[in-house]
Write a protein that binds this ligand. Structure first.
Ligand code: GLA
Length: 373
């Protein structure tokens, strides 16, 4: 399995924490279909931590789904999710316990991968809590990578070691298809800003096959749910979504899609932002200025367009300016650019320089096309 573009889906953790169940997953899968999010590309429905019993099966050594939360086990749920045209994800941990202290996969990697394959699982989020000190992180992920590669089913391997222990330097040796390049997200502006600013030096590690995962989206949580803090304004959620999309992060929804507002649905299904995220060339984004707190990111897209994002993390207005020369174009001979704002649909022609003052927490995401002068 080769992951050519960032995975899109939903995960239970941000809103539901340990309150996962068969019913929640079925209803979420149905809501992804009825809301149009499935058609927009969101495919994976991921059960995070707390789905298993506290003890493994004493005979088979297998993880056992919690009988209250998943009375029929995982297989019928996977069948149901597949029947809707979606894929099912599950969670485990490289250590002896998961982060919420359920059994982890350490020393049971092959047993667990075989069970996940038998159950029809398509995605494994693999955490990093309670790891034994004698085995370095890269070996823990190599173990599960090998188990998944030999389990007889295509299972997307989502590594979640939060960038710890220099994950960036070894993660592509493990078979992981995405890797958490951040600590945990919370539903607040400060958290979004912090994670975003940590990405500045990590784009050289971001590539098809294994994408930098900036953590699940908090769009639409509005301060409620497991990681809910202050919540954000709609404009801040749009900035968050735009930045995650432009930096080719997996887009994993974290709000309750069964009850999301129209405003949330519209943010999550912005087709032009999603097209940038899913651009088939999947080139690395590059920053053309040197201010992590007001970055200007550019990405060359398939077919010659550019994606350009300006993000103001400051609490006051800020002036953004750049020359098209900063993007790798000559101002003398090259063409002008037609900038299209992916949120308002407005277009403007840019000849040599771009200049704009953005309000506190303001942003722009453009798709730009080259035009003859
Ligand atoms: C860690 C991960 C989170 C979530 C929890 C579950 O904190 O980073 O995304 O999976 O564990 O316990």
């Amino acid at each position: 399995m080769i992951q050519k573009t960032p995975p899109l889906g939903w995960n239970s953790w941000n809103t539901f924490g340990c309150e996962v169940s068969d019913q929640l997953i079925r209803e979420t899968a149905e809501a992804l279909v009825s809301s149009g999010l499935k058609d927009a590309g969101y495919t994976y429905v991921v059960i995070d931590d707390c789905w298993a019993q506290k003890e493994r099966d004493p005979v088979t050594g297998r993880l056992v789904p919690d009988g209250k939360k998943f009375p029929e086990g995982i297989r019928p749920l996977a069948d149901y999710v597949h029947g809707l045209g979606l894929k099912l994800g599950i969670y485990s941990c490289a250590g002896e316990f998961t982060c919420a202290q359920y059994p982890g996969s350490y020393d049971y990697e092959f047993v667990d991968a075989e069970a996940f394959a038998e159950w029809g699982v398509d995605f494994l989020k693999y955490d990093y809590c309670f790891r034994p000190r004698e085995t370095p992180g890269h070996l823990l992920y190599k173990r599960m990578g090998a188990a998944l590669a030999n389990c007889g089913r295509d299972i997307l391997f989502s590594a979640c070691s939060w960038g710890a222990d220099d994950t960036k330097n070894w993660i592509k040796t493990t078979g992981a298809h995405m890797w958490r390049s951040t600590g945990d997200i919370w539903d607040s502006w400060e958290s979004i800003k912090k994670l975003a600013m940590q990405q500045t030096d990590l784009q050289e590690y971001n590539a098809p096959g294994c994408f930098n995962d900036m953590d699940m989206l908090v769009v639409g949580m509005n301060g409620s749910g497991h990681v809910g803090l202050t919540g954000c304004t709609a404009e801040e959620y749009r900035l968050h979504f735009s930045l995650w999309a432009l930096l080719a992060s997996p887009l994993i929804i974290g709000c309750d899609v069964r009850s999301m507002t129209e405003e949330t649905r519209a943010i999550l299904s912005n087709r032009e932002a999603l097209a940038i995220n899913q651009d088939p060339a999947a080139r690395q984004p590059f920053m053309i200025n040197s201010h992590a707190d007001r970055p200007i990111w550019v990405r060359q897209l398939d077919g010659g367009d550019y994606a350009i994002g300006l993000f103001n993390f400051l609490d006051n207005e800020s002036r953004f300016h750049f020359s098209i020369a900063d993007m790798g174009l000559s101002r003398v001979c090259d063409r002008q650019l037609e900038f299209r704002d992916v949120w308002s649909g407005e277009t403007r022609l840019v000849k040599g320089f771009y200049c704009e003052t953005l309000p506190a927490h303001g942003f722009r995401l453009f798709r730009a096309k080259l035009r003859s002068l």
